[in-house]
Design a protein around this ligand. Structure first.
Ligand code: IMP
Ligand code: ZN
Length: 332
């Protein structure tokens, strides 16, 4: 396989808590264990190295029952966020839009506001010291949220000047139509919008997909189970598509394997495609590996890979200055 670590890359679909490596979670666990602060199992036992077969039933509880219980204070939030930023940088990512769901941790006196402030402080410090990677933050609304909680996420995004908002969470739950006011406010206030879209059959009814398109997203993620008329609308709008190859294969969200991925369908439609990792800590495939898999299974040569990488530039939620920097950096 070709190696794309040296290729300057853009990552736009990465969930903070899902991007923490097992080794990093283990470090956090060791420190807590020393202080007698945790009864949780060692992350290396809970998520053995080489285990990537999380599906939509086992994936979400991994966060709600385990990762959130481990990363539950200021020091673990800071440690893991810094590690995630360094890991992306080490893989040759030059621009990262990290997303996270604001989470209050009452046991540690952390409000959602403090949570977001803490992550942003790590990002700002990173941006001032890193020479190769710039990061921005997107805040996620969880499908389980009620309308007020969703609006609170938008308020936090505005108060902290993050670049956009996302809709994520278990596709088997929730009525997404209740989020219309939150996304309307986001759009009117100048925030960019990305949505998890047609991720699982349950979340891919025509009613849901047309409602989501009504939120006027700038980008959509996964885009798996899409009926023909919705595909036509996506192409007409030229929406940026965040495609997550390994995640979809490991979680069996698509039938078949890498070569059967809907990347093959969407390439050539004119929609910019942004290869993304989703949850590199869980699915174990770095962004450079995602590029290598695409090159291998879809026969892209070096030039086509560079064109793909450059195609992400205009879809970022960052500034014109961010885009200009990337135009100069990413190989032709
Ligand atoms: P966090 O938002 O930083 O806590 O990252 C983990 C959260 O992201 C999970 O609890 C999920 O709600 C969400 N998430 C991660 N991957 C996916 C996905 O593939 N689909 C939908 N939601 C996801
Ligand atoms: Zn995702």
């Amino acid at each position: 396989m070709m190696d794309f670590k040296a290729l300057p890359k853009i990552e736009l679909h990465a969930h903070l808590s899902g991007s923490i490596s097992r080794e990093c979670l283990h470090d956090v666990w060791v420190e807590k264990k020393k202080r007698g602060e945790t009864d949780l199992r060692d992350p290396l036992e809970e998520m053995p190295v080489g285990k990537f077969d999380y599906n939509l039933e086992t994936f979400f509880p991994l966060f709600s029952k385990y990762i959130y219980a481990l990363c539950n204070d200021l020091s673990s939030l800071i440690y893991t966020t810094n590690a995630v930023l360094k890991d992306f940088e080490a893989d040759g990512v030059v621009y990262l839009e990290l997303r996270t769901t604001p989470r209050a941790i009452p046991s540690a006196n952390i409000s959602k506001d403090i949570y977001v402030h803490t992550i942003l402080t790590c990002i700002s410090a990173f941006n001032t010291t890193s020479h190769s990677m710039k990061a921005n933050l997107i805040l996620s609304i969880d499908r389980r949220n009620d309308a007020d909680t969703a609006m609170q996420v938008v308020d936090l995004a505005l108060a902290h000047s993050t670049v956009g908002v996302d809709l994520c969470g278990d596709p088997a739950v929730g009525d997404i139509s209740i989020f219309a006011p939150a996304f309307a406010r986001a759009r009117e206030s100048g925030l960019k919008i990305t949505l998890h879209f047609a991720e699982a059959p349950q979340s891919s009814t025509p009613a849901e997909l047309w409602t989501l398109l009504g939120f006027k997203p700038d980008r959509i993620g996964h885009v798996i189970n899409v009926p023909g008329d919705v595909k036509a609308e996506i192409i007409k709008r030229g929406l940026g598509l965040e495609l997550c190859l390994s995640c979809n294969v490991h979680a069996k969200m698509i039938t078949g394997s890498y070569g059967d991925h809907h990347f093959g369908w969407w390439r050539g439609t004119g929609c910019p495609i942004i290869l993304s990792t989703d949850d590199v800590g869980v699915f174990g495939s770095s962004l450079s590996n995602e590029y290598a898999l695409i090159a291998e299974h879809f026969g892209l040569d070096r030039e086509e890979i560079c064109t793909l990488a450059r195609g992400a530039i205009d879809t970022i939620f960052g500034s014109e200055e961010d885009k200009q920097r990337l135009r100069e950096m990413i190989w032709k």
